[in-house]
Ligand binder design. Structure first.
Ligand code: NAD
Length: 354
């Protein structure tokens, strides 16, 4: 294909990558010009936060272990107050998208620089996108201030990531890259990231399932997750992300599982409208067809493939199709309600794309 006009506006944080790279924490805090870090984590990852505290010693202002899913505004306020009381001048978010999200919510109303240490493949650390839940409603927005200043990717921290979350957050990452390849504002640089990110995850995930402690496979996956997250942060998303947002928001379905189930069907929907992107996705997956290849990868990895299995009710498919087609948004193939209803039904029953 010939090179068309494009805009590249990638704002990618400083990245320190490698097994054992946690040891560079003190250097990285110094480079931020900070002295006192508040460490953020979920209750379940308190041990990871304590490890960070041990490494940074006197630079630790304290640990806030109250991060939870969907960033409730109360939690964000509480963490912000704790940061103030402890005189913290930076925050270290160690964990998945929920913890990174808490860090982002804190920055929105303070100017604390964030150092992120991702331990899943969700990719939030590479994006200016934030979400905060107030009175049961999740509000999302884009603001470059919430982007972490530095990201440390240490694959050793992902050894403990359970197989199921490794798979679903890995496929969540692939979804960012897949939609980035057919984005309205796609550009050749981010398409390189996307294709390489999908390849790294598609090769790494089966090895992680075979042996979760395989540090080379863990490194491939975290590298892939980084690239895919950068794509999400840099170009626009389409049908797949819209559907997952609807399913997550209106039916409270789990984030990463929902992405995993919907992706093959969203790709099937867009197959004829985005042939070049599909060719690149298929090539990265090492399969002839992008949609079928994604379905087969999820099946091989033992991931859930049917919305019916994660709490969706069959009676909700009509309403879900309504909600998902209410507001206009860009997609390579126009959004047609009947076809979206059919897509949702295929995803509900977990059918392999034809
Ligand atoms: P998560 O952050 O909710 O983590 C799930 C659970 O796994 C948590 O209890 C966490 O402590 C635990 N965990 C994480 N890493 C672990 C490890 N290495 N070992 C053991 N346990 C570990 O899950 P997620 O999939 O990373 O993030 C999902 C959330 O992130 C969603 O709310 C989603 O909306 C958001 N997200 C945001 C963006 C963005 O750009 N803003 C991008 C992707 C996801």
């Amino acid at each position: 294909s010939s090179l068309r006009e494009f805009v590249f506006n990638g704002q990618i944080p400083r990245v320190v990558f490698g097994a054992g790279s946690l040891q560079h924490l003190v250097r990285e805090i110094d480079l931020l010009g900070a002295q006192r870090a508040l460490i953020l984590c979920t209750p379940g990852q308190r041990a990871d936060a304590e490890r960070v505290a041990n490494i940074i010693g006197a630079r630790c202002a304290g640990i806030f272990d109250g991060a939870v899913m969907h960033v409730p505004i109360e939690t964000a306020r509480e963490a912000r107050e704790v940061a103030q009381q402890l005189n913290a001048d930076c925050a270290i978010a160690i964990g998945g998208g929920s913890t990174t999200g808490l860090g982002k919510a804190i920055v929105l109303e303070s100017s604390l620089p964030i150092l992120a240490i991702p331990t899943t493949y969700a990719g939030s650390e590479m994006t200016p996108i934030y979400g905060i839940t107030e009175a049961g409603l999740k509000k999302t927005g884009r603001d470059f201030r919430v982007l972490p200043k530095t990201v440390i990717y240490d694959p050793e921290l992902t050894i403990s990531l359970p197989k199921s979350l490794s798979v679903t957050s890995g496929i969540n990452a692939i979804a960012h890259a897949a939609e980035g390849l057919y984005a309205q504002d796609a550009n050749p640089i981010m398409s390189l990231f996307a294709e390489e990110g999908i390849r790294a995850l598609a090769q790494g995930l089966p090895k992680v399932i075979a042996n979760p402690a395989d540090i080379d496979a863990r490194s491939d996956c975290l590298y892939g997750a980084w690239l895919c997250g950068a794509v999400l942060g840099s170009v626009g998303m389409a049908l797949h992300h819209k559907l997952c947002h609807t399913l997550g928001g209106s039916y409270n379905l789990p984030h990463a599982e929902t992405h995993t189930i919907v992706l093959p069907h969203a790709l099937a929907y867009n197959t004829s409208a985005a042939p070049d992107a599909m060719r690149r996705i298929a090539k990265a997956l090492g399969t002839p067809d992008a949609a079928q290849g994604m379905y087969d990868l999820a099946t091989l990895l033992g991931a859930p493939t049917a919305l019916a299995d994660i709490g969706m009710a069959v009676g909700e498919l009509d309403r879900c199709a309504d909600i998902a087609t209410q507001n206009a948004y860009w997609n390579p193939r126009p959004i047609e309600k009947t076809a979206i209803r059919a897509l949702l039904e295929n995803a509900y029953y977990g059918k392999r794309p034809a």
